[in-house]
Ligand binder design. Sequence first.
Ligand SMILES: Cc1cc2nc3c(=O)[nH]c(=O)nc-3n(C[C@H](O)[C@H](O)[C@H](O)COP(=O)(O)OP(=O)(O)OC[C@H]3O[C@@H](n4cnc5c(N)ncnc54)[C@H](O)[C@@H]3O)c2cc1C
Length: 485
Amino acid sequence: MARVVVLGAGVSGHTAALYLRKLLPQEHEIVVVNPKPTYNWIPSNIWVGVGKMGHDDVVFELGPIYKKQGITFVQGKAFALWPEGDADDARPAVEVEHTSAGRDGEHEKIRYDYVINATGPKLNFGATPGLGPDAGNTLSVCTPDHATEAAGRLAELKTRLRTQKQTVVIGVGHGTCTCEGAAFEYTFNVEHELREAGVRQNAEIVYLTNENELGDFGVGGMQFEQNGYRTSSELWTQSLFRERGVRAITGAAVTSIEPGVIHYDQLDGSHNDLEFDFAMLLPPFKGNDWKAFDREGEDITSTVFAPSGFLKVDADYTPKPYEEWTAKDWPRTYQNPTYRNVFAVGIAFAPPHQISKPRATPDGVAVAPSPPRTGMPSGTMGKVVAKSIADMILKGAPAPTHSASMSEMAAACVASAGHGFRSGTAAAMTMSPVVPDWEKYPETGRDLKATKGEIGLSGHWVKRMLHTLFIYKAKARPGWTWIPE
Ligand SMILES: Cc1cc2nc3c(=O)[nH]c(=O)nc-3n(C[C@H](O)[C@H](O)[C@H](O)COP(=O)(O)OP(=O)(O)OC[C@H]3O[C@@H](n4cnc5c(N)ncnc54)[C@H](O)[C@@H]3O)c2cc1C
């Protein structure tokens, strides 16, 4: 009998756990550790943030689903890995702090045969003084609670806009942020809401980003072929900004935020101030606060985890100039090279390098979008790692049997630009591969036939349908495996 422990019940971990349960007979135990008793379909937090959905539309209880599936659920937060076991027990373990009402604060070592780190990002609001809704001066849509608060503040903004001019700033709150697509979505959803409310004329809307140019999205932008013409995500995105009257500030690193004023530096060396009445800025991501120990209790954190807190996997982490990185540096199996029964998927694995070219201001402030690991690749990684582990347990496979590199896999991303059955819009993008492969596709880094972009009402319907489908899948309802990641 083997025990597989999955840390984190987000897109990648929950997918891995459901596939493991499907693939492994009941004598093998699947344990999921997650700090909250609920699952959050994060992409729809954008619609919570504009009041088009409620908190409960994007969240559901994990307990009943895991009970039905035969998955053990532990409500807790993993904080230390003991991949060689400890002085008392040679079996590897993960140390967890319980967070459920009855056991809050209690520590437990859960022994494992295989562990998957799928703990996603730590929202690093502390990286920028004044950033964030808890201890800072800006809003967020990263969690359902943050998004609910943002919706309330947006309603107040609409009231003020009836009689006053207001400045709305949406974007990213640090030079190394990722997830620019989510900031883009929130910008255009807010713009749409203000138009629907008849108050748009009093709002100046500013998109503040670390992307070097619009349409970069942390993946170095994209080139498409449309109606026989070559176009770029930059041109395509610029036209939406022009059409909706949204001002963009690119190549910016937010350095601090005071009530009503954002301070940011730009690549030309300028130090700038931007006044705001409403601001939603995403935080940079880092790995969770992990520690790792060997059998004797010696700290081996730097062997297992990168300085960012993300777990090292089968990537090539040799330091090289940006120009020398290649698609082959990206991981394929998500297995830790030192401890072969440790895996990391989704945002929790350490990427080998940036996809967008990193830059810095003359003062050395980084303006370097981090590589996004969006829902589709995260779910795919969860699935392939589950299949590999199942083969290692059931067939004695000596190495992972399934792979999915971001430099080979395609991803689709539908960025909402306004919610509404008739009036909604979304920018739908597909790219293949996510990480450009300049050897295979010397001209554009990607397969032009499989890289596409389109803006329109149909994209909104797709995005709305995906909400329903992915929540159905996450609830492991009949036929869930037919819905792709
Ligand atoms: C506002 C927003 C909108 C987005 N929109 C889109 C979109 O439209 N399309 C798209 O493809 N992607 C989108 N993304 C990105 C998408 O949400 C991520 O790619 C995806 O959630 C990553 O999955 P993950 O499993 O790595 O992390 P997560 O989904 O964040 O899951 C991590 C899980 O681990 C848990 N956890 C954290 N710490 C611990 C710990 N110490 N121990 C145990 N568990 C822990 C967390 O509570 C969480 O449940 C969006 C992101 C944001 C913030």
